[in-house]
Design a protein around this ligand. Sequence first.
Ligand SMILES: [Zn+2]
Length: 323
Amino acid sequence: MQSKSFSANTLEERQDIFEEYFDRDLEYYFTSRISCCEHCYDDFCREWPGTASRDQNFRKSGMEIGYFLDQSRIQDDFYPEEIAFFSKNLKCPNCHAALEGTFYIFEHSFVAEDFDLKSIADLARTAPFLLLSHPFAEQVFEVIKRKFDIAETLPVKAIWYRGRMARDVLSSPTLSDFGPPPAAKVAEGRYNHAGHAMLYLADSLKTVQGEMRVSEPIAVATIELDFPCKVLDLMISDDVGGDDDEVIQCLARSTLCAAPRKSDGWDRPEYVFTRFVADCARHTGFGAIRYGSVQHSEGANVVILDPPLEFGSIARLVTTDSV
Ligand SMILES: [Zn+2]
């Protein structure tokens, strides 16, 4: 095969040069690397559900390999038949499958120390009470303690939304219909242990609908909340200002804290790490955690970690809607 610019090199060397130029052009056009390809896209999304559902940079990062090669500077140094030949050996850096069809040009702007998803998930599943023995979990606890002093307070008289199945409330519901459930009825949740009632609120009606994931009618209360407590912020952000923010972004984006709910039964391993985070937050003095909705990509939720028994002392029912 004729070479446009490297006829003095062996075929093997030309392959290496081609791959080097491919990486050079990725860096040149996107200052980024490949996060996944069409073979490992689902695995990436399972590991990083927060990024997959909420980060627009990732959501817009898919590109056809053929289109990329057509547009890149690689054309200057290789004939089309060389490009067709050498590109067959390009590999996905994530799963090592051949790079074909769509690939995703995206890179997390952080790499937190000790963040080994598999070993954390294994420990969470086999010995959840010993999570703090994992160096990353220990780091999480320390970061949450440091975040307390600089954390924002939940705004006073803020409007939040909370839904219930319409069949479970009266036709003229009152505030208490939307308060924290009685302890005896509380199953394990994203942030709460069984028997420990927390109050989950959403920032919009749409978020409530997304979170409830039911086709039957729901009653949604608009609630004015007056509970100025410190909030642990677990929203995804590109503004990573240091090691502490890297740890928070690992939580916000990865399956540790952003995993979608998988079952209605008692076995909910996807909630072990979030409950650990809630324990760290409560122990530190936080009154709430704010986190992105996995079901509604623009929505946010807040969970009040220890709502007062007298719900009326912190909340006022503004309206109720049926949707
Ligand atoms: Zn791949």
